[in-house]
Each structure stands twice: as structure tokens, then as C-alpha cells.
Design a protein around this ligand. Structure first.
Ligand code: ZN
Ligand code: ZN
Length: 352
């Protein structure tokens, strides 16, 4: 804060950043909160013999946002794990990640980083069936890879370390990058896994389908049950709310601080103006008492006696308004006649 009462660049930056972050976090919080409230209102549908009949009687043969819980059943073929025997699934994701240490020039430390160098996801058509084996009806899952929260089970994991020779090691120190190795994983959604799907449920030519819902609704496919999914989404809403509140408070306090400083500055300058007015009024009174012409008083004459030249500076206020004799005659504690600040020191002026 400089003497003009204007906010400093740092304060403006803090205010702008915290306001922008508050707005961003608030919009994320709003959208997450909407997702949770829609998830709570979604219609719970159980997979049983009546499902087809219920859907055929529903307007449009469609439930816009439905929750179904069931077990994964393949439609025709299944995918076999490439690493584990007798492990069959309907989604298989193979990932190769390169792990390396990178030298950070600022912190002077080796940081571990990883980069996906290859990823492939295979799917075969699948549906969700009832936990009750006797019910043959299944709900076909459409575009499962579009779903949020698609958490697959890690079926295989292996780390292939990079073989290091001495010349390599020297090269790594020069380049600032040291490869650790390749991390290989296989993740699957297995046949028989319990899955919760939330989306649009439609009856299309005798086939029940769960598909991505219309704009604004979130498509979920998760191995969590409905209650756990709701809890996890609720936790994320809380996190964004806390971040919004923290940054909102920071933005408001910065704004209040800037306004308060401006107000204080405004009050101070108003006080100074009124004191100066009062002083001038007193001086005019004194001119009348001394019975001299206002124009005959030199602008550099002492403002107290109006006869001698001003000859000292008052510190810390810096006013040059009196002669040394008048300064000595001021009552204790000595105060500047113009601004009434306490005079800590006085410095004589020598005109040459
Ligand atoms: Zn004087
Ligand atoms: Zn002063």
C-alpha cells in the first residue's frame, strides 16, 4: 500500500487470483452437487421378469435416469486375460507406462515421473444380469467406455527395470533424465463382477439397454454399490465446497483490506484538509489582530509571528512553517501548528 491509498500490485494479484479460483471451484462444486442430487433422484430398477413389461408400459419405453445393480454377463464371446489362466472378462485394458527420474533444476532433486506410452482397451458386448441365476433377462450396456468411474480390476502387474551400463549412467546425469523401467498392467472387468450402472434405460425391440443419458446427466458404471457411489460423489462435493469457501474467504478478506485502507487514507486526507482550513482561519484572525494588510505578509514569513522568515523544518511531518523563536515558544509537548503532529526533531534552515 503506497501513500496514495491505492492497492499494491501484489494485493491486486491476490484478489484477482483468489476471485478467479473461487469462481472456478464454485462452478465445479455446483456441477458435482447437481450430479449428486440427480443420482439421488434416479429411479432404482431391479432386474427381474417384470422389467420388460414395466418398460413397455412406460411412456417412450424409457426411464431417463435409472440405477441398476447386477452381475456382468457376456453376450457371446468373452475376453481372456493374457496373463492369468481362467480369467474371463468383457473389458480388458493393457497399459505400458514408462517410469523415470527427472532432475529438477529448481529443487535440485530427482523426481519420479511416469508417462503412458501405450494403452489399448478391448471390449466385447456385455450385459448386467440378476444376482438370481434363474432370471435370464439382462440389460445390455451400451458404450461402457463413456462411463465415469469405470474402475477396472488390476489382474496383472509387472515392472521391467531398465538395464543400466556405466556409460548410460553418465549420459543420464548429463541429460537430467534417468529411466527406471516399464510398468505393465492389465485391468479387466470380469464376468461375474457386481456392477452398478446409472444411465438411460430403454426397451428397444425386446432388448433392454442402458445407455449414456441425455446431456447434463452423468453416465456411471462402477464396481461400487449404489450407496458407496453416492458416498464417494458426496465426498467430492464436500471437497469442492471447502475449496470454494477457503478461496472465497481469501478473496473477501483481501477486498475488505483494500477498501479499509482506502477508507483510512480518505479519512486521513480529509482530516488534514480541515486542519489546514482551520489554520488558515486562525492566521487570518491574527492578521486582523496585528492590523496589517494580508498582501503585505510575505509568503515565506513564519506562520505564527508573521514577521520573521521561516527558519526550521519539523520532523517527521516535514512542515516548514515557523521561525526558531516561535518554535521555542510553542507549548510542550511541541506540535506542528499546521498538522498537529508531535515534533520529534527540528532542523534549522540556513538560507544562503
Ligand atoms: Zn515566528
Ligand atoms: Zn506539520
Amino acid at each position: 500500500m503506497d501513500s496514495s491509498g491505492k492497492p499494491s500490485t501484489a494485493q491486486v494479484v491476490v484478489l484477482a487470483t483468489s476471485s478467479a479460483l473461487t469462481a472456478i471451484f464454485y462452478s465445479i462444486y455446483r456441477s458435482r452437487a447437481t450430479t449428486v442430487s440427480r443420482l439421488k433422484e434416479a429411479k432404482k430398477v431391479s432386474i427381474d421378469q417384470d422389467l420388460k413389461n414395466i418398460l413397455s408400459e412406460t411412456p417412450g419405453r424409457c426411464v431417463p435416469y435409472a440405477v441398476i445393480e447386477g452381475v456382468v454377463r457376456s453376450v457371446k464371446e468373452t475376453l481372456n486375460s493374457q496373463f492369468v489362466d481362467n480369467c474371463k472378462g468383457v473389458i480388458e485394458r493393457l497399459t505400458l507406462k514408462e517410469e523415470k527420474m527427472v532432475w529438477n533444476r529448481t529443487t535440485h532433486l530427482w523426481n519420479s515421473t511416469e508417462k503412458v506410452i501405450h494403452q489399448r482397451t478391448n471390449t466385447v458386448p456385455f450385459g448386467l444380469g440378476s444376482h438370481d441365476e434363474g432370471i435370464a433377462d439382462t440389460v445390455r450396456i451400451i458404450r461402457p467406455l463413456d462411463a465415469a468411474e469405470l474402475d477396472l480390476e488390476t489382474t496383472y502387474e509387472n515392472f521391467h527395470p531398465t538395464v543400466q551400463s556405466l556409460s548410460n549412467v553418465i549420459g543420464h546425469f548429463i541429460s537430467g533424465e534417468r529411466p527406471k523401467g516399464i510398468h505393465e498392467t492389465e485391468e479387466m472387468l470380469r464376468v461375474g463382477d457386481s456392477v452398478t450402472g446409472v444411465g438411460e434405460l430403454v426397451l428397444d425391440n425386446n432388448l433392454i439397454k442402458l445407455q449414456p443419458p441425455k446431456q447434463g446427466f452423468c453416465y456411471f458404471l462402477t464396481r461400487l454399490d449404489y450407496e458407496s457411489l453416492l458416498r464417494r460423489q458426496g465426498n467430492s462435493v464436500r471437497l469442492w465446497r471447502i475449496l470454494t469457501v477457503v478461496f472465497g474467504v481469501a478473496a473477501c478478506s483481501t477486498l475488505l483490506f483494500i477498501l479499509w485502507k482506502r477508507y483510512m487514507h480518505h479519512r486521513q486526507s480529509k482530516k488534514e484538509r480541515s486542519m489546514l482550513e482551520e489554520f488558515k482561519e486562525q492566521q487570518r484572525k491574527r492578521i486582523r489582530e496585528l492590523n496589517v494588510e494580508e498582501s503585505s505578509v510575505s509568503p515565506t514569513s513564519c506562520t505564527v509571528c508573521l514577521s520573521r522568515e521561516r527558519s526550521c523544518v519539523f520532523l517527521e511531518c516535514g512542515h516548514v512553517c515557523a521561525c526558531t523563536q516561535c518554535y521555542e515558544a510553542l507549548p510542550e509537548p511541541k506540535k506542528c501548528p499546521i498538522c498537529r503532529a508531535t515534533i520529534d526533531r527540528v532542523v534549522s534552515l540556513f538560507n544562503s
